[in-house]
Structures are given as C-alpha cells and as structure tokens.
Design a protein around this ligand. Structure first.
Ligand SMILES: Nc1ncnc2c1ncn2[C@@H]1O[C@H](COP(=O)(O)OP(=O)(O)O)[C@@H](O)[C@H]1O
Ligand SMILES: [Mg+2]
Length: 253
C-alpha cells in the first residue's frame, strides 16, 4: 500500500520543500520507492532536485486539469518527481470553477496507485485550493516547523484547516508529526518552543531536530539533496533518522 504524506505549513521558509526532498531521498536510501509531487507554483522542489522549472512542457498543472496522465510528467532524479512551475498559479483559478475541485490530485494519484511505497507532497505556503488538494489526497501530514520565536503561531490555523478537511473530504487524515527545522542548539529558547508546540497541539515532534546549516542552500543550488551532497553531515543524518522513524510507524489503513 502507498503511504501518501503532505508536507504542510502555510508559513513560507520553514523548510517544507527541504524536508520533503530530504525525507524522500532518505526513504529511497533504505530501499523504498518514492515519488515527490511539487504543488508549489514556485517550483522550488523541482529546482532543488535539478529540474529547471522554466523548461518543462508538461507539469503537475496539466495533471490537475486532466490534460496529461500523471505517469507522463514524472521525471526521475534522486527520486521520481512530478514537477511544477509558475503555470500552476493559473490552475488555482481553473480548479475553483470546477466540481470536485478538491479531488483533482487524489484522482490523478489513483492512476498510479500501488506503484510507489511513498508519495510525498510539497505544499505551497498557503491554505488555498492547492494545499486543500494535497491534504485531500494524503493520508498523513508532516509539519515542518522552524525552531524560533513565534514560529508555532500558524500551527493552530493549520490544525483548524485539517479539521475542515476531515469534515468535508478526508475523514481519516492524521498528523504524523512535526519536523523541527533550522535548529540552533545554542539557544535554549528553540527547545522550549518545540516542547510547547508538542504539548499544546498534542503532536509528536520528531527527534532529532534538524540543525541550521548553509549546506541545505548549497545542495539545492547544486540540484541535489543534502543526503547526496553532504552525506556525512549531521543534518543529513537527522533526516535519515526521521525517515526511518516514519517508515517504522504503522501505515494508516
Ligand atoms: N536546516 C536548515 N538550515 C539552514 N537553512 C535551511 C534549513 N532547511 C532549509 N533551509 C533553507 O531555508 C530556505 C527555505 O527552505 P524551504 O525548504 O524552501 O522552505 P519552504 O518550502 O517552507 O518555503 C531555503 O533556502 C533552504 O535551503
Ligand atoms: Mg517550498
């Protein structure tokens, strides 16, 4: 059975894309078949796996509006990728005018059901129709959260949106956990923020936190995951540990 996991947080710059790529490649390292889906018109996930978003004939956009089968847009890098580019910004308006607009991604993923162990979806930094499609297609949500003051402010809103999703389109959606990102171990404050989030929302925070390092930006620039770019870096290992933990968790039925 395929586990479909959305990486969501409506705040930008919290390492959604970085965490999607890193967990995906870490799962591939332990032999899982993994597909990542770029649902952000910025195309950062595509770019950071070495795909030029501006040079694509077909993307996730064509899949969502039923112009192309999803298998036709898959590009293989360190893992298989359904890429996106700025065309996806226009999809939002097209979907809004359609019946079943929340289900466009779910429908597309059904075409390849069983082909992958994991489908990881990189959400855009909003709670709009593209994120709603992602949360409707997924069984699970992972929330990347920056370890800094007030970074948890948006979590309540995300939890509320997930409540709506459960009510309207996807009753079994569950939160798998928080990935603590950009951790600066020198500040005690970061640890307090994390403990508070876990406690307040009843969400597990994965161990270990992913520390802050320039290697992530360098890896993305090189079109590679940190796991292949800096394989022995502690931040690469952190994602390996988190991925293994996710893999050991019981898949939702
Ligand atoms: N642990 C980290 N330490 C330092 N920089 C990071 C870390 N994780 C991600 N980044 C960088 O932060 C920026 C935002 O990350 P990104 O994954 O694009 O966030 P999002 O998808 O939530 O907008 C990128 O430049 C990325 O390389
Ligand atoms: Mg992103």
């Amino acid at each position: 059975m395929t586990r479909t996991i959305a990486f969501a947080n409506q705040k930008g710059g919290v390492a959604k894309t970085t965490s999607t790529v890193s967990v995906a490649v870490a799962l591939a390292e332990i032999g899982r078949k993994v597909l990542v889906v770029d649902m952000d018109p910025q195309g950062a996930l595509s770019y950071s796996l070495g795909i030029d978003p501006d040079n694509l004939d077909i993307t996730v956009n064509d899949v969502l509006v039923r112009r192309a089968p999803i298998a036709d847009v898959v590009i293989t890098r360190e893992v298989d990728v359904v890429p996106a580019n700025i065309d996806l910004a226009g999809t939002e308006a097209i979907l809004l005018a359609k019946t079943g607009r929340e289900y466009a991604l779910q429908r597309a993923l059904r075409e390849i059901d069983g082909r992958y162990d994991y489908v990881l979806i990189d959400c855009p930094p909003s709670l709009g129709i593209l994120t709603i499609n992602s949360l409707t297609a997924a069984q699970e949500v992972v929330v990347p959260l920056q370890c800094e003051a007030l970074s948890h402010r948006g979590v309540g809103q995300l939890v509320e949106t997930m409540g709506d999703i459960r009510h309207f389109t996807n009753p079994d959606l569950r939160i798998t956990g928080v990935i603590a990102t950009m951790f600066d171990g020198r500040t005690k404050h970061a640890q307090e923020v994390l403990a508070d989030v876990g406690h307040r929302y009843g969400i597990d925070v994965f161990e270990p936190p992913v520390r802050k390092t320039i290697k992530f930006a360098e890896a993305a620039q090189a079109g590679r995951s940190i796991l292949s770019f800096a394989p022995t870096h502690p931040a690469a290992d952190a994602y390996r540990v988190i991925a293994r933990r996710i893999d050991q968790m019981e898949a939702p039925s």
